[in-house]
Ligand binder design. Structure first.
Ligand code: CMC
Length: 429
């Protein structure tokens, strides 16, 4: 039975169907609202707007649940394998043995950057932010592989996905090496996904870095926890850009820019700055909490709060446990972890945070693990990019396959001058 909702305005009333998702989420389908009534819906930050139907990721923010293709995140990190989860997100099921092997071969084959692309890195100043370099380089890929976008779509999609998921590691590693003035290290076809990335980051021509299995597992886990989060700011950006039929590389380059900001992926850097500030004695934990509560201070408790989660972010719960495990295994004692734990405890005892249902999010503990692995702070958001790429690809593809797709084109409520008021202004000048 189809449910309906009505919208009444003045003397008129319009009836709209209720659509229901597989987890029981309901929405009023108002796609005909403007043509029926001349009214548009106003919701500036999309707090209430479902912009698409999607079968990729499910979040229940009230209960703290996150599932990729129906599988709870807790299950996917038991034996963490990022490549397998990337396949799951993009193709909708866990890979069969032959699919897994084929995809791994494609990743290995595609790890190198074209030599001429390598020279692009030299053009950036050493101080260039790795997120700017990463976005530019992903976009540049479309110049080097135009044939991928002209050929049979279904045949090439797996290849394009592998190209991007594989090359992002090389781009990220080269951006880092360039910023440090270190020689580039080519990918090693014998290494698995995360070990190969760590090799490109940390090996020297005369000294091969060998990844500790614990570190490899921790990186797989981190990438998996970042791999998708339905219609967040960067994924929505990828979808919006893709809706104009821009290619996958161009759409993902835009996603990187959206992720960069401190309220989104850039929060993992902001958290470390906050912890360091407290560690350096600029503020105590208590003083920081008080400052974060004052709206005019321009300061927030970074790594806390979420548009969707009104409960503990399940990714943060896993990362907190992983933090303890990784640091213990690597025999590292990080004072920033102690400060993070104190901040969390103080916030969760404070009515400001509990009443607003503000809990640690994915960015609160991730940086401490990145740091233990040896990743420098300005690379943290690039690490988020590597993890999030399968999600962006999956959403771009899902949208592309949707026969009802139209270009994304929001409306606005115009509040500028009218011809009459505009004339008045001109006269005054
Ligand atoms: N510190 C202090 N106050 C906060 C915080 C915070 N971290 N987060 C939200 N609030 C306040 C906010 O000012 C508002 O107060 P009031 O009701 O008095 O006006 C109230 O809590 C509700 O905020 P909201 O409407 O739930 O926030 P939002 O959905 O507009 O923003 C957010 C979500 C994640 C941008 C925000 O919580 C924030 O800025 N957090 C810090 C940055 C951060 O950690 N970002 C990473 C997000 S998770 C990973 C990702 O997306 O990349």
């Amino acid at each position: 039975m189809t449910d309906f909702a009505s919208i009444k305005y003045g003397e008129k009333e319009w009836i709209y169907p209720i659509i229901e998702g597989s987890e029981g989420e309901r929405a009023i389908d108002i796609s005909e609202l403007r043509s029926d009534s001349g009214l548009v819906a106003y919701d500036p930050s999309y707090s209430n707007f479902a912009v698409c139907k999607s079968a990729i990721t499910y979040i229940d923010g009230e209960s703290g649940i996150l599932r990729y293709r129906g599988i709870p995140i807790e299950e996917l990190v038991k034996r963490p394998d990022f490549v397998e989860v990337a396949w799951l997100l993009i193709f909708g099921h866990k890979p069969e043995k032959d699919e897994r092997e084929r995809f791994r071969k494609r990743l290995t084959k595609n790890a190198h950057l074209p030599e001429r692309m390598r020279h692009h890195f030299e053009g950036f100043p050493a101080t260039a932010h790795p997120m700017a370099v990463t976005s530019a380089m992903i976009n540049a890929l479309s110049c080097f592989y135009p044939e991928l976008f002209n050929s049979e779509w279904d045949v090439e999609f797996e290849e394009i996905s592998a190209e991007l998921i594989s090359k992002i590691r090389t781009i990220a590693a080269y951006a880092y090496r360039r910023s440090k003035g270190l020689p580039y290290i080519y990918p090693d076809p014998k290494l698995r996904y995360c070990a190969n990335f760590l090799h490109m980051l940390f090996s020297m021509p005369y000294d091969q870095y060998v990844a500790d299995p614990e570190i490899e597992d921790a990186l797989n886990l981190l990438f998996i926890l970042h791999a998708d989060h339905e219609q967040n700011c960067s994924t929505s950006t990828v979808r919006i850009v893709g809706s104009s039929q821009a290619n996958l590389f161009a759409s993902c380059a835009a996603g990187v820019c959206a992720l960069w900001g401190r309220l989104h992926g850039g929060a993992n850097v902001a958290v470390m700055e906050m912890l360091q500030q407290i560690h350096d004695g600029e503020l105590t934990v208590k003083q920081y909490i008080e400052k974060a509560k004052q709206k005019d201070s321009g300061c927030k408790l970074m790594g806390f709060g979420h548009r969707i989660y009104k409960n503990y972010d399940p990714r943060a719960r896993i990362l907190k446990a992983s933090c303890h495990r990784v640091l213990q295994k690597l025999q590292i004692s990080d004072p920033l972890l102690d400060i993070a734990l104190q901040l969390e405890e103080a916030a969760l005892e404070d009515p400001y945070f509990t009443e607003r249902k503000l809990y640690p999010n994915v960015d609160f503990y991730s940086g401490i693990i990145f740091r233990a692995i040896g990743i420098p702070t300005d690379m943290f958001t690039v690490m988020f990019v590597i993890g999030r790429l399968p999600g962006w690809i999956a959403h771009w593809h899902e949208q592309r396959e949707d026969p009802t797709l139209r270009i994304a084109r929001p409306r606005q409520i115009y509040t500028g001058p009218t011809p009459t008021s505009g004339q008045n202004c001109a006269e005054k000048i």
